[in-house]
Design a protein around this ligand. Structure first.
Ligand SMILES: Nc1ncnc2c1ncn2[C@@H]1O[C@H](COP(=O)(O)OP(=O)(O)OP(=O)(O)O)[C@@H](O)[C@H]1O
Length: 405
């Protein structure tokens, strides 16, 4: 340590006076303190960035692992016998005797739900059924999203209101006129354009319960569960009517049939058939509207699009310049924005942004102001935020393609 200090070049001449030396050292100290501060900031930023990438990596690794796993089947324990455990598989209702370790035997009782692998060995004991439902379905009684929170998709909003609101608000009118009320709408378009918001706003406007189910969650859980969960979903909606059922990523359960005949495909088919029959059983469906959404319209099986299932197919595109300007205004409503901020110009700069991107730009612009120790958000904060978000989405795409390569 002392060697290092000896090696340091002093910021003064050997012949300088004592006072000159002290002065020079003070100046050097100031510079070093400044540099130290800068380094500390950079370190902080870098560790925050590192943390973020770490989390992203963990998430992607986890997803990758999940995709590589072979599917598990669900069964219910019937009986514990000396030869093993009798289980009944969901889906095909076949009974089977499976041998188990003493440890597993100690953990299960008749009526427990278990996940079994291809050779019917018990892999895990499943949670309570209600937990599974809670994970797959999200229920909100009067979600707090209003039409005024949605920008740039007025035409689509009008169409959704026309088709979904009236049957929920005045179902008796359809009875009196003697026609079937519209059953639902399918919203399609790129991610983050406001499809979920639209469904929530309708539920809010009609005082309906909003029940969301993610298609991908349905089929990536356990074999034999999807169809049952669809049944449960409609049952829950019937109990809470009026209700809006929102099926996000419907392409996960209603994709075109492929040639491959894996057990996973059969499971998806069963889930889709259950959905179709629930949608067709309109008489018993009650005061319930269905709104489904997809980013992959091209992937949908034509069966789901047959007349009587979705009355309207509504495209929800990315917003145009005017729409982007409105969305900027919506998301900055409660922000402390400087006078010079020009939303029209911002809408031009962020020319490819979706509604969700604009929301992210506004939050990030606020972060730029905070990092700069300001409470007012300026035009340049918004511009830098858009650049940062574009860079991040490029990096995201790269990380995904590397992880799955
Ligand atoms: N048209 C819009 N007006 C205002 N905000 C929007 C709009 N579109 C998206 N947003 C913002 O983006 C967020 C995500 O939007 P939303 O979940 O509705 O998109 P989505 O179309 O359902 O996306 P995905 O297909 O990925 O599920 C919203 O919570 C909102 O903050």
């Amino acid at each position: 340590m002392s060697d290092a200090v000896d090696d340091v070049e002093m910021p003064y001449d050997e012949n300088a006076s004592q006072q000159e030396k002290v002065e020079a050292l003070r100046e050097r100290l100031e510079v070093l303190e400044g540099q130290n501060e800068e380094m500390r900031d950079k370190l902080l930023d870098a560790s925050a960035e590192n943390n973020k990438y770490q989390q992203k990596l963990e998430r992607l690794t986890h997803e990758n692992k999940k995709l590589k796993q072979s599917p598990l089947f669900v069964a219910t324990v019937q009986e514990l016998t000396n030869e093993g455990i009798v289980i009944k598989q969901h889906g095909n209702n076949q009974e089977a005797l499976t041998e188990v370790t003493d440890e597993t035997r100690g953990r299960v009782e008749p009526d427990d739900r278990v996940a079994v692998n291809n050779s019917l060995s018990i892999v895990k004991v499943l949670d309570d059924e209600t937990d599974v439902r809670a994970r797959v379905m999200q229920v909100e009684h009067k979600p707090d999203v209003g039409y005024a929170d949605i920008g740039g998709i007025d035409e689509q909003m009008e169409e959704v209101r026309e088709t979904v609101e009236l049957p929920l608000k005045s179902p008796e009118m359809f009875d009196e006129v003697g026609i079937d009320p519209p059953s639902g709408v399918l919203l399609y378009g790129p991610p983050g354009t406001g499809k979920t918001m639209l469904a929530k706003a309708v539920a809010n406007q009609t005082d309906a319960t909003f029940i969301k189910m993610a298609g991908s969650e349905l089929v990536h859980k356990f074999i034999g569960e999807g169809a049952k969960l669809v049944r449960d979903l409609f049952e829950l909606a019937r109990q809470s009517q009026p209700a809006v059922i929102f099926i996000d990523e419907i392409d996960a359960i209603a994709a075109k049939r492929t040639e491959s005949k894996t057990s996973g495909d059969a499971e998806v088919q069963r889930t889709m058939m259950q959905l179709l029959s629930e949608m067709d059983g309109f008489d018993e469906r009650g005061n319930i509207s269905i709104i489904a959404a997809t980013n992959r319209f091209d992937m949908l099986d034509r069966a789901i699009l047959r007349p009587g299932r979705f009355d309207r197919l509504i495209e929800v595109p990315k917003p145009d310049a005017e729409g982007r300007e409105m969305i900027f205004q919506i998301h900055t409503r409660s922000m402390n924005v400087a006078d010079g901020v020009d939303y029209e110009a911002l809408a031009e700069v962020a020319d490819d942004a979706s509604g969700a991107d604009i929301k992210a730009i506004c939050t990030e612009a606020g972060m730029f102001a905070i990092r700069d120790d300001r409470t007012e958000v300026r035009m340049e904060d918004f511009e830098q935020a858009w650049e940062k978000i574009q860079q991040e989405s490029d990096a995201d795409e790269e990380a995904v393609s590397k992880t799955f390569a």
